[in-house]
Design a protein around this ligand. Structure first.
Ligand code: ARG
Length: 588
């Protein structure tokens, strides 16, 4: 546990304590709302709501509270707000305390919570598309933030590795033994994707092939050894190719996280039987379906969730119902998150409702669809290649890296080739991930490589630059040995008695909000809040650095305080970027 208390929390506690002295006992529990303000450091407005009940004017209560805020300066404003200014020593103490803490004063409010996060989930033998990119990047950021806040997180990559399409694919391979697709690493998916399209074309053109493919599905389901062998190969090779992409993207998912649809095969008959036995599912037109109250089509007709198809095959819904049982019973989840695009909202609503009614999802366990919007091209339509094809993820990454290489090479630098390559890679990935994460999750956004690699504005590359600039200042201070003696813990010493320049105070107060920001991100499951926060940190740092000389400060203590601010800024940026799954190179 960290014993660093955020300045904002200290202010809130002080206002609360004063309020409880001023108000009659029965109203004393009313919490004040404290937020950052342009007028002062903070504004508190807890008095408005209670004033009426206390039969006093809010301004009057405000003045009373202001007089009791030990150590803070407060002024009543407007209808009864309090404008609160915190003293400089409190600001410097907070900087020192965060810097001395290995976790920068971050708390672990989610300790003990078990969360399963279902994300990425591409399909075997099909090229990953930008929707899978979004799921991978957003899901990974949420996994990192929740873990950092203490939660026990299980990653689940629910890949599409089962279904009738495999009959067609395996039959095609059987009849075209010379088609090469194996062992191509990152290219495997493209080879398989091509194969898939060829098989689909033949399936549609040749009824005899279609029949042989259907027989192949039966063989696969019956566990025919040769058929299963090919299927296993297809899955294994696809998984390898996915892992290559995850590695390149810096996504945490690995081989241990695969939770393919096939894993649930054996459980599906039981899922359907139990739903039928309890009367939750009904037979309709030969299919087994469930209905959810309030879910209706355009004519007001109830919309079915199909758990077993007319032909006896199980649907996507049956598998998702089975995942819930496993996640509750085996992984002991308190919370299950599904990071899947917004178009599947209805599917999840009906799956969750069905699972709840079937008793597979206890009241205490929360399931949540975490939807996201569509990636658009610069033409405002869903992102496709010029010929209307799915854009290959690997190509996107190549494009971003090429664009950032041009930017970096145009600048003066003394990078050796290997370091340049590493920076290009880090910045290319940052460009793509940050562009995705910094947009409001549920909104569509336009994929625009040139904008993504911009070195100014709210981009990942800009933040990496800001971080590298801070690190460079600290390296220079080190080299010139100007930071003075370190504390026993190896931390830059802070003199809390020094006055704080307004830009120093502004930066310190933003750094102070890191913990609250992460808690917000975890609550709303919105990584863009962390992006916006880091951007604020970087711009506040620039304002501070423009106004306050650091290495050339004319007093040792002043310089040390400023270096401490630099250090805390650098560590905050690096930690924040890491929680977004973005690297923070030492030099850019
Ligand atoms: N494989 C699916 C697709 O590509 C996504 C699966 C999402 N996860 C889930 N549990 N349904 O659309």
């Amino acid at each position: 546990m960290s014993d660093v208390v955020a300045i904002k929390d200290q202010v809130e506690a002080a206002v609360q304590a004063a309020l409880s002295k001023v108000l009659p006992a029965e109203l004393a529990g009313t919490g004040p709302v404290v937020r950052r303000s342009d007028r002062a450091d903070f504004q508190a407005n807890g008095t408005l709501a209670v004033a009426k009940k206390a039969a006093r004017s809010p301004r009057d209560i405000g003045a009373d509270v202001a007089g009791r805020l030990a150590g803070l300066t407060a002024e009543v404003s407007g209808p009864g707000f309090l404008n609160i200014t915190v003293p400089d020593d409190l600001v410097w103490s907070a900087v020192a305390a965060r810097l001395a803490d290995a976790r920068l004063g971050l708390t672990t409010p989610r300790t003990g919570e078990r969360v399963v996060v279902d994300y990425s989930a591409p399909n075997v033998a099909k090229e990953m598309h930008v929707g899978h990119l979004r799921s991978s990047v957003i899901g990974d950021a949420l996994v990192r933030v929740l873990t950092h806040l203490g939660a026990d997180v299980t990653r689940q990559n629910h890949i599409g590795d089962w279904g009738t399409q495999f009959g067609m694919l395996i039959q095609y391979l059987d009849e075209h033994p010379r088609v090469s697709w194996k062992g191509r690493g990152a290219e495997t998916m493209s080879a398989l994707d091509g194969l898939y399209k060829a098989a689909r074309a033949e399936f549609e053109a040749d009824p005899a092939f279609a029949n042989r493919s259907r027989a192949r599905v039966v063989a696969l389901q019956a566990g025919d050894a040769a058929t299963l062998g090919v299927w296993r190969d297809l899955v294994a090779e696809s998984e390898k190719a996915f892992e290559v992409i995850y590695d390149r993207l810096g996504v945490l998912l690995d081989g241990g996280d695969f939770d393919g649809e096939s894993r649930y095969n054996d459980a599906l008959p039981d899922v359907v039987d139990e739903l039928l036995r309890t009367g939750i599912a009904t037979e309709s037109d030969g299919a087994v379906v469930t209905f959810t109250d309030g879910v209706t089509g355009p004519e007001g007709e109830p919309v079915p969730l199909i758990v077993r198809k007319k032909d006896g095959g199980f649907g996507y819904a049956a598998t998702d119902l089975a995942t819930i049982r496993l996640r509750v019973d085996h992984y002991k989840a308190d919370r299950i998150l599904y990071v899947v695009d917004a178009r599947q909202a209805l599917h999840f609503r009906m799956v969750f409702d069905t699972a709840r009614r079937a008793g597979w999802l206890p009241e205490a366990v929360q399931t949540q669809h975490v939807p996201f919007g569509t990636v658009l091209g610069t033409d405002g339509r869903p992102f496709k290649t010029r010929s209307g094809k799915t854009v290959r993820l690997a190509d996107l990454l190549d494009d971003a890296e090429a664009a950032i290489r041009t930017v970096l090479e145009a600048k003066e630098h003394d990078f050796a080739d290997a370091e340049l390559d590493a920076v290009v890679h880090a910045a290319g990935i940052a460009a793509i991930k940050y562009a995705d994460l910094s947009n409001t999750r549920t909104k569509d956004y336009v994929f625009d490589v040139d904008q993504m690699v911009a070195t100014t504005g709210n981009t990942g590359v800009y933040l990496q630059y800001a971080h590298a600039r801070v690190r460079s200042i600290l390296r220079k201070a080190d080299a010139a040995a100007v930071q003075g003696p370190m504390t026993a813990a190896g931390v830059i010493p802070v003199d809390v008695t020094l006055p704080a320049h307004p830009t120093e105070k502004a930066l310190a107060l933003i750094l102070d909000a890191f913990d609250a920001t992460l808690r917000d991100v975890a609550l709303a499951l919105e990584p863009h809040r962390l992006c916006g926060y880091l951007y604020d940190v970087a711009t506040a740092f620039t304002r501070f650095y423009d106004a306050c000389p650091v290495l050339k400060a004319d007093d040792d203590a002043v310089r040390a305080n400023r270096l401490a601010l630099c250090d805390l800024t650098g560590q905050t940026l690096a930690t924040g970027l890491d929680l977004l799954g973005i690297q923070a190179p030492e030099r850019m």
